[in-house]
Design a binder for this molecule. Structure first.
Ligand code: ADP
Ligand code: MG
Length: 347
């Protein structure tokens, strides 16, 4: 089953760049050993590289711990799993305060903070709209009428939920309020895997889940992790830019993989809370760097909602290193990077 943004926009590239290294005159230490872990989760894939020597017992235990952490997040925050904590919450009636787990509560809180910071663009209460437009667990249908859209929009907005930190609970103001954490959960899953690795003493690693990446320390040849960002093309995978990352996360939000077309019109999985409709602008992808992958993920989705001009203004206000790729009238791509982003680009 395909969910949580099956195809994603970033290709990891833990490139070794031995050519670069051989051009130096001093003899270089040989690459350190690495261990790779990969698999599928949340309707997408994950790839993890750890710079370390591990015997079979340790690597098997680490593989289990990683898989366990990823399944744990899926079991809490998936809207595709009927029995996830979030799905149970979404089926509950409005009015009463419902206690939730610490992790779900902290993601709800973080999401509300990002909502405030991004002029309402990141809004996890858009769930009813996401589902109605066919980007959630519900089947695709004809686009909604204006009347239906208005009634769904009435269920959305940050005021549709109230959080109580003391009792770690959430109140949905009415029945039908539906929270969708898909725009932040992959990033959170990346952060959780990173903490699992660090708890075991691994400090040089790259974790990627569905295109959201977190790096720590250096790669096996002692340089920052080289991560390739794809061009936002519908077919195939073409390199856009390579960034060198150490102790920072990268999330990319795009409208070129998760969309459908009706009568030649493209419907994107990113919903504008202002209009209640899929966004409709020429921004093809947004990449954001932030220490926390959950935040990079949420900001990338938010900036994608805001579009090229407002999005760049908000990114500047929040001092986020970002890269925006827009479709030009000529059918080519135009790239804009904040100055802080340019510092990460490597050849
Ligand atoms: P991307 O970052 O590529 O847009 P994500 O997987 O991070 O992809 O988030 C997209 C998902 O977030 C959508 O499929 C939907 O479930 C949810 N979503 C859509 N619009 C919004 C929004 N305005 N705010 C928060 N989440 C949203
Ligand atoms: Mg996101």
């Amino acid at each position: 089953m395909s969910y949580w943004n099956t195809y994603k926009s970033v290709v990891l590239a833990t490139l070794f760049f031995s050519l670069l290294l051989t051009s130096c005159s001093a003899p270089l230490p040989p690459p350190k050993e690495t261990v790779a872990f990969e698999g599928g989760i949340m309707g997408t894939t994950y790839h993890i590289t750890v710079v370390a020597a591990m015997n079979d017992d340790v690597s098997t235990a680490m593989a289990e711990a990683i898989e366990g952490a990823l399944k744990h997040v899926d079991g809490k925050m998936s809207t595709y799993k009927d029995d996830s904590e979030l799905s149970v919450l979404n089926r509950m009636a409005g009015g009463a305060y419902i206690p939730v787990s610490g992790e779900v509560f902290s993601m709800l809180q973080l999401a509300l903070e990002v909502n405030r910071e991004t002029e309402g663009a990141f809004d996890i209460t858009v769930g009813p709209l996401v589902n109605r437009w066919g980007f959630g667990p519900d089947d695709k249908q004809e686009p909604p009428s204006d009347e239906e859209l208005a009634s769904l929009k009435a269920l959305c907005g940050p005021e549709a939920i109230t959080l109580d930190a003391l009792t770690q609970s959430i109140q949905k103001v009415s029945d039908g309020v539906y929270c969708d954490l898909s725009g932040i959960a992959k990033g959170y899953a990346v952060d959780l895997v990173a903490s699992v690795l660090e708890a075991k003493g691994f400090m040089n690693y790259m974790v990627e889940v569905g295109g959201e990446v977190r790096t720590a320390g250096l790669n096996s040849v002692g340089i920052p992790w080289k991560i390739a960002i794809e061009k936002p093309v519908d077919e195939g995978r073409v390199l856009q830019e390579v960034v060198g990352l150490s102790d920072i996360s990268l999330a990319t939000s795009g409208n070129y993989r998760n969309f459908y077309e009706v009568d030649g019109k493209r419907y994107s999985h990113t919903i504008s809370p202002a209009t209640g409709k899929p966004v409709d602008h020429n921004l093809a992808s947004v990449s954001v760097l932030h220490p926390r992958c959950a935040l990079a993920d949420a900001y990338a989705t938010a900036l994608m909602v805001l579009g090229p001009e407002k999005g760049m203004a908000v990114a500047e206000r929040l001092a986020l290193p970002v890269m925006f790729v827009t479709h030009s009238d000529k059918g080519t791509f135009e790239t804009r990077q904040s100055e802080s982003f340019r510092a990460y680009i490597v050849d």
